[in-house]
Design a protein around this ligand. Structure first.
Ligand SMILES: NC(=O)C1=CN([C@@H]2O[C@H](COP(=O)(O)OP(=O)(O)OC[C@H]3O[C@@H](n4cnc5c(N)ncnc54)[C@H](O)[C@@H]3O)[C@@H](O)[C@H]2O)[C@@H](O)CC1
Ligand SMILES: Nc1ncnc2c1ncn2[C@@H]1O[C@H](COP(=O)(O)OP(=O)(O)O)[C@@H](O)[C@H]1O
Ligand SMILES: [K+]
Length: 511
């Protein structure tokens, strides 16, 4: 599954119509029927009245097919048209005339008071006003109709996209349908994962309409792959029965400072709950008393420090020859001497992979141009604020163009990037991208990033390729948090709870 732009989606449809030979009208018929099947399969219909509201484009055309098929199946359906009949074009116009010839009435929704009463008498509203062809601010009757639908607080199912949400940017100019479910056709549109989209989409369900997914390859498209449970399952490291701690590898966390004691501990604990063989935790000497006994499974090592921050000499005393991967940054703080630690780490023989998070990102920024020459696998895991710092721009700019900033940073320096957020993105040095389609506000708490860093460290140490380690870690964390939130609320889930419950989710994947 991919997140596609409107132009990419149109190219797939064009190929299906012109090269495969399923003409546009047939495709609309298939799409409408596939939506009806999905509505039934997901039990989104009711035997009370259903309203289908249609616009002028092909999204409206889909609505006419859905309406006709639901009527044939015995549902009580009303159809509304939010534009004048003369404005209909192409396949949508053809479908409208099929309705007319069937004697199925269509109500013009061009007057607010009557439309309110018309909509209020229905239990479910199906939104076919605008799809991928929407542009700019709402025009015509949509300006009042969309806010009216939202105000009625009925169950709303959007077809392809919530009307008013921009398919490429996830932007909403004035208003957009606040759907409970979005049944998107063929492939999800990239805007479903950007900006305010999640406020409008509800649950996203992908409907197969005979536009094959393989066309993305056929047409040599570059599009983010959407991470599915199957991808996560395939990426989990093998765990041979006779494996020992050497098999599963030794990783290290370098972090902690006078003000941040908990962060490196969160990372180290997450590492241990996800299969690593050994974990060393290297912290400034002053933190040793508070760390002792907190995580007996961790090999705790002290580094000499100055002003509460570790020094290069303090870290370099330790033996890294057997360590496969290092996470640098949790609770590190910012101090001039930490830049020396970053430079030393990049040049260090032994660890193949370095994961850089939190303040480590500030220390590593001036060194990024040297990463390629080291031949190391360097992974950066910024949240939008850290990404803005790395890219010398603003958070708003990053949030508006998340995919391009992640891709550009990865390609510019030859690094792997996990751009965190409500929908996290993985980008690789060769331009590939993955999107984690889930996420939870239960994770919006200090410590969640540290847990994620630990998970990534654990997987790369177990020799999972970097991009897979990134999306697997982010997916497992988000899904665990969501499951916990269902029991304990989004308010109450803690990073520690996520760590201790990861195993339940991993068990579902490996059984
Ligand atoms: N192209 C295809 O082969 C298929 C397309 N399908 C459907 O077709 C949709 C795309 O169709 P269209 O390209 O006709 O686009 P839309 O159905 O989104 O309609 C676009 C039209 O709406 C009006 N409009 C645009 N922006 C507006 C605004 N801000 N305020 C008010 N009116 C506005 C304009 O008249 C524009 O031509 C998809 O979302 C999907 O639902 C499906 O039928 C499957 C097959
Ligand atoms: N509302 C949210 N929806 C989805 N994921 C979220 C949300 N809030 C936070 N997260 C996730 O929680 C983690 C927080 O990381 P970060 O900001 O680095 O936290 P920390 O305070 O631990 O450094 C990221 O993986 C981010 O994607
Ligand atoms: K729609």
């Amino acid at each position: 599954m991919y997140a596609l732009t409107t132009a990419q989606m149109q190219a797939l449809e064009r190929y299906t119509i012109e090269t495969i030979g399923i003409d546009g009208g047939t495709l609309m018929e298939i799409a409408g029927n596939a939506v009806v099947m999905a509505l039934r399969e997901h039990e989104l219909l009711t035997h009370e009245r259903i309203a289908i509201v249609c616009g002028t484009g092909n999204n409206g055309g889909d609505g006419f097919v859905i309406a006709r098929r639901l009527i044939d199946l015995g549902y009580d359906v009303r159809i509304g048209l939010a534009v004048e009949e003369q404005q209909l074009r192409g396949d949508a116009k053809t479908q409208y005339h099929i309705l007319k010839r069937r004697g199925i009435p269509v109500t013009l929704l061009i007057e607010e008071v009557q439309t309110t009463a018309w909509l209020a008498s229905c239990a479910v509203l199906i939104d076919c006003l605008l799809g991928t062809g929407a542009s700019g601010a709402l025009r015509g009757h949509m300006t009042w109709l969309i806010p009216l639908i939202n105000a009625l607080e009925k169950m709303v199912v959007a077809i392809d996209l919530p009307s008013g949400l921009h398919a490429n940017s996830g932007e909403v100019v004035d208003a957009a349908i606040e759907a409970d479910y979005t049944l998107t056709l063929a492939q999800p549109k990239i805007g479903c994962y950007l900006q305010q989209a999640s406020h409008y989409i509800g649950e996203l369900i992908v409907v197969d309409i005979s536009v094959p997914e393989t066309l993305v390859d056929t047409l040599h498209m570059t599009a983010p792959t959407i991470v599915t449970p199957a991808l996560v399952k395939a990426a989990l490291p093998a765990r041979p029965l006779d494996g020992h701690k050497g098999t599963f590898g030794h990783g290290a966390v370098i972090g902690g400072s006078q003000h941040y004691v908990g962060a490196p501990l969160y990372s180290a604990k997450a590492v241990f709950h996800s299969g690593i063989g050994l974990i060393s935790l290297i912290v400034p000497e002053g933190l040793m008393p508070s760390m002792m006994l907190q995580a007996p499974e961790v090999l705790l090592k002290s580094a000499a420090s100055e002003d509460g921050y570790m020094t290069k000499e303090g870290v370099a005393l330790h033996d890294f020859t057997k360590i496969r991967a290092v996470a640098f940054g949790p609770g590190l703080g910012r101090a001039a001497q930490l830049q020396e630690v970053a430079a030393w780490l990049l040049a260090l023989e032994g660890p193949e992979t370095i994961i850089v998070d939190a303040d480590g990102l500030y220390m590593m920024k001036p060194l990024l141009q040297h990463v390629r020459a080291t031949g190391k696998c360097v992974i950066l895991t910024p949240h939008p604020g850290e990404m803005a710092m790395l890219c010398d721009t603003t958070i708003a700019e990053i949030e508006q163009h998340r995919f391009s900033y992640a891709r550009d940073l990865a390609q510019k320096f030859g690094v792997y990037v996990l751009l965190k957020g409500h929908r996290s993105i993985v980008a690789t040095p060769d331009g590939a991208q993955w999107l984690i389609p889930i996420g939870s506000s239960a994770l919006g708490k200090g410590g969640s990033g540290d847990v994620l860093t630990g998970l990534i460290l654990s997987f790369v140490t177990q020799r999972v390729p970097a991009e897979q380690a990134l999306y697997t870690a982010a997916y497992l964390q988000a899904e665990t948090a969501e499951k916990l939130a269902a029991q304990h609320s989004h308010y109450s889930v803690t990073p520690e709870m996520v760590v201790t419950h990861l195993g339940q989710l991993i068990a579902c994947f490996v059984k």
